[in-house]
Design a protein around this ligand. Structure first.
Ligand code: NAG
Ligand code: NAG
Length: 383
């Protein structure tokens, strides 16, 4: 004999299922199948605690320093989650400017980013001016002393009739050309989790000429293109495609100019910025790790092939929960020019940091970026 509660519970579950089925999913995903399970953590990828040997600067003062650059005088520049640009000199922090409107709510919630701005890639040009990719507004030139901003190219204008949705990586060539990435024409920075789950390849690598104001698309249909780094001879660009854990090389010069090749696929994490070190290697910040599970494959590997499952999950899980579900594991990779892994530094429990967005070598130290953490981790040396 069925218990009295069976029917009401069944009806309630059915109503819930129908309700979930009927509410629209926020995303429109595509299937993506990884080439295989993530690589074993052995050889140069072996687990260690070398990324723990550092200190945290500006705790509570600097949140989400995403990208860095430095001038001849030892000043370091970075942008934070509240839309502000900063100059760092040793242990002092100086405010330069606000990319958007400076309202008290800036930094309190991602919902304010489209108003406050969010600087990502930062570099200095040959005349000592900052070039900044603001994720929402476009490319800017900023005077590092006065804080005066000049909009070079608005996201609204975009390129080839398609506005920019999520400006991200930036690199300057010696002749002044600004290379940059638009991670997605659909999702803005604050919806990066959706972008990663969708695997929709709506990103572009672009080049802007400040002399003429011309902008052109070098590559399109990219999977969340993110950090870029020019080779020392400027004959190629190394670029992360974050949402599928891949690094590609785009040739600027030589017989393969204008073509790309995959250098690293099926990575042990989702790559963010890539920086050239003074030893000619490429340093890659890993924003989220992708390791083999003892029982199950990584979650995104598991749901990757099934758009319906991805749609369903984004209905169920509130957007603000995604960050909490991610492991606090710090990982940075050192790659050779052909994408070979030379070394890796790990912080398996986030003692110093995790979710690394940038690895910037300066004056013998390494400044570790993040999109969200409320401090600036500095590694004393690479050892
Ligand atoms: C500047 O150099 C880059 C390669 O380093 C090249 O792609 C670009 O076309 C050059 N720009 C100009 C204006 O010559
Ligand atoms: C993290 O790992 C280090 C050893 O590398 C250990 O000393 C420390 O207690 C750990 N911290 C936590 C919170 O588990």
């Amino acid at each position: 004999m069925a218990a009295r509660w069976v029917v009401p519970v069944a009806v309630a579950l059915l109503a819930l299922a129908v309700g979930l089925y009927l509410i629209p999913s926020p995303i429109d995903p595509e299937p993506y199948i990884f080439q295989g399970p993530p690589p074993l953590l052995e050889g140069p990828l072996a687990v260690n605690t070398r990324l723990q040997r550092g200190r945290r600067l500006f705790a509570g003062q600097l949140r989400g320093p995403e990208s860095f650059t430095a001038d001849q005088d030892g000043n370091i520049y970075t942008g934070t989650v509240d839309g502000k640009l900063w100059r760092i000199y040793q242990d002092t922090l100086t405010f330069i400017t606000q990319m958007g409107q400076d309202i008290p709510e800036c930094g309190s919630s991602m919902d304010y980013e489209p108003v406050c701005g969010r600087p990502h890639g930062v570099r200095l040009d040959s005349s000592g001016q900052l070039i900044v990719a603001d994720s929402y507004f476009g490319l800017f030139r900023v005077d590092p002393q006065s804080g005066e901003k000049t909009l070079l190219l608005s996201s609204k204008q975009g390129c080839d009739g398609i506005p920019f949705g999520f400006l991200n990586g930036l690199e300057l060539s010696r002749n002044g050309t600004i290379f940059f990435t638009d991670s997605s024409s659909r999702w803005g920075r604050r919806h990066v989790r959706y972008e990663v789950i969708e695997t929709n390849h709506l990103g572009r690598l672009l080049a802007y000429e400040p002399q003429t104001g011309q902008v052109r698309t070098l590559l399109d249909s990219l999977y969340m293109p993110n950090g870029i780094a020019l080779s020392p001879e400027e004959d190629f660009i190394m670029m992360s495609e974050t949402s599928i854990g891949r690094i590609v090389r785009y040739w600027l010069k030589g017989p393969q100019a204008g073509t790309k090749e995959i250098l690293m696929n099926n990575m042990p994490g989702y790559p963010d910025n890539i920086r050239l070190s003074d030893r000619g290697t490429f340093l890659v910040g890993i924003t989220t790790t992708r390791f083999r599970g003892r029982i199950m494959p990584p979650f995104l590997d598991l749901i990757g092939p099934y758009p319906a499952v991805k749609r369903f999950i984004t209905k169920l899980i509130p957007f603000s929960w995604y960050n909490m579900l991610l492991p606090k594991y710090g990982l940075v990779l050192e790659l050779g020019p052909d994408g070979e892994v030379l070394d890796s530094l790990h912080d398996p429990n986030g003692t110093l940091t995790w979710a690394v967005s940038d690895v910037f070598q300066h004056g013998g130290q390494y400044y570790l970026g993040s999109t969200d953490l409320p401090f600036l981790p500095v590694l004393e040396h690479w050892s």
